[in-house]
Design a protein. Structure first.
Ligand SMILES: NC(=O)c1ccc[n+]([C@@H]2O[C@H](COP(=O)([O-])OP(=O)(O)OC[C@H]3O[C@@H](n4cnc5c(N)ncnc54)[C@H](O)[C@@H]3O)[C@@H](O)[C@H]2O)c1
Length: 308
């Protein structure tokens, strides 16, 4: 098949594009390299640097494409609270521009990388797709808007659409920005260098950590699965892990004894998060294959950022 992966030079996008290329598909990547780095893409992948809001470029890239994976986005919850308009421009307007361009082409399906952040506070754990959502940050609002635009415009123009609400993905290739780094790569980096692990709050807050290869499995299946048009589907591990448990596992797999520092709780996150993955199992035959401890070991083994 012919695929376009927007944001394909990012963490998930690189893993997805390389997997598709290894399976023998034709893969084009559009990425503005604001955080992504095309250096890790296989030579078989065609890389184009550009912005998701460039419609004429999108038309060219969409020629003969069967399926679009839309991953291009700004992805930091805390940063979105500081710069909501830029999150709106990329994550919402960018999605609308892409959908307008898709409308004029022969694309058959769009798969959106949406987010578990959309749910916000929920009484019931794990989170079901049918739950009422309470987005608590501009990032979460932008991903929910993107879902609505993808589903509405695709339905109007006869293109199939699937939105995967990905929970906390981690694994080799995840970048570690200085401000607001993702928790797992941040903890691993500090552990490997015998630094300090900073825990916000008392460490009882929970997340659903899902290994990159499991997310890629779900994305790839979503591009061809039958009976998923217009569906929103959670993709996580289905396991709720506290920060304290994560720290214990990080100590175990690294064999290091980093110091722990407790800081006040930051805003912008639910105290508990966990995906119900029953729908993913039913619709995508999705089974997460990599438990957290194994995923942490693989991350250290495969990512040069964590070499001693
Ligand atoms: N990683 C996670 O835990 C997670 C969880 C839920 C949802 N998601 C979603 O998955 C997608 C990929 O996330 P990721 O973790 O790989 O993040 P990432 O930052 O590594 O990837 C996003 C990519 O989009 C590119 N991009 C940003 N603005 C762009 C623009 N204007 N035009 C073109 N490209 C642009 C970036 O350069 C980057 O390569 C995002 O849509 C994100 O919202 C990720």
């Amino acid at each position: 098949m012919n695929y376009l992966v927007t944001g394909g030079a990012g963490f998930l996008g690189t893993a997805l594009s390389n997997r598709l290329a290894k399976q023998g598909h034709n893969v084009r990547v559009l990425d503005d390299c604001s955080t992504g780095n095309p250096g890790d893409l296989l030579p078989e992948v065609t890389f184009v640097q550009g912005d998701i809001n460039e419609k004429i470029l999108l038309w060219k890239l969409l020629e003969d494409v069967d399926c679009v994976f839309h991953l291009a986005a700004k992805v930091s919850v805390p940063e979105s609270c500081l710069f909501p308009s830029s999150y709106n421009l990329v994550n919402v307007s960018g999605t609308v521009t892409l959908m307008e361009a898709i409308r004029d082409t022969q694309v058959k399906r769009v798969v959106l990388a949406s987010s578990g952040a959309i749910y916000g506070y929920q009484e019931e754990i794990p989170y079901h797709e049918s739950a009422e959502v309470h987005p608590e940050s501009p990032y979460a609002v932008s991903k929910l808007s993107a879902e609505h635009y993808v589903r509405t415009i695709s339905a109007q123009c006869g293109v199939e659409a699937v939105c995967l609400r990905v929970f906390n993905a981690y694994g080799p290739g995840q970048r570690i920005p200085k401000s607001h780094p993702p928790i797992i790569s941040n903890f691993l980096k500090h552990a490997m260098t015998n630094g300090t692990i900073t825990i916000h709050g008392n460490g009882t807050q929970t997340r659903d950590y899902v290994y990159v290869d499991d997310v890629v499995n779900a994305l790839v299946t979503a591009s061809t699965a039958v009976g998923v048009d217009q569906q929103v589907i959670n993709i996580g591990s289905g396991v709720e892990t506290s920060v304290l448990e994560l720290v214990r596992l990080v100590r175990q797999v690294t064999g290091k004894k980093p110091e722990e520092v407790y800081n006040p709780l930051k805003n912008g996150g639910s105290s508990r998060m966990c995906a119900c993955i029953a729908k993913a199992k039913e619709k995508l035959n999705y089974i997460p294959l990599v438990p957290l401890e194994t995923g942490l070991r693989l991350t250290i083994e495969r990512d040069p950022q964590f070499r001693e």
